[in-house]
Ligand binder design. Structure first.
Ligand code: THU
Length: 129
């Protein structure tokens, strides 16, 4: 997991967060083993900003992969950063429910969870059958 932590910490440095001052980094391990990174990218039109998790997912999909086996999210928060609701849904689109997700602080605290635990009762394609 330290490879993912290192990747998430490094990309967090590139976050564009002049409005919140809250930088977030995310790293995903694709099914191929490749690591994809994303940071939050804010906008003066606040709702147009994007989260770190969304950036990492976009990088993975752009590279031709559509599933990840583990995820790591880090922020300079006092407690491990919980992904927003939208990011929980985005993670559920590309990760199995059992996929481990580590929420972390830059200081080294970590909280282990899974895609399913982050989004109980998730809406999925089966609900449209
Ligand atoms: N943010 C993320 O990028 N991921 C999270 O899991 C939580 C929140 C970003 C969005 C916004 O740029 C800033 O953190 C403050 O909400």
């Amino acid at each position: 997991m330290s490879e993912l932590r290192d990747a998430a910490l490094a990309v967090r440095e590139n976050a564009h967060a002049p409005y919140s001052g809250f930088k977030v980094g995310a790293a995903l391990r694709g099914a191929s083993g490749a690591v994809y990174r994303g940071c939050n990218v804010e906008n003066v039109a606040y709702p147009e900003g994007t989260c770190a998790e969304a950036g990492a997912i976009a990088a993975m999909v752009a590279a031709g992969e559509t599933s990840f086996t583990e995820a790591y999210v880090v922020a300079g928060s006092p407690e491990p950063v919980p992904p927003c609701g939208g990011c929980r849904q985005k993670l559920a689109e590309f990760g199995a429910g059992s996929a481990p997700v580590t929420l972390a602080t830059t200081g080294g605290a970590e909280q282990a969870t899974t895609v399913a635990a982050l989004l109980p009762g998730a809406f999925d394609a089966g609900h449209m059958a």
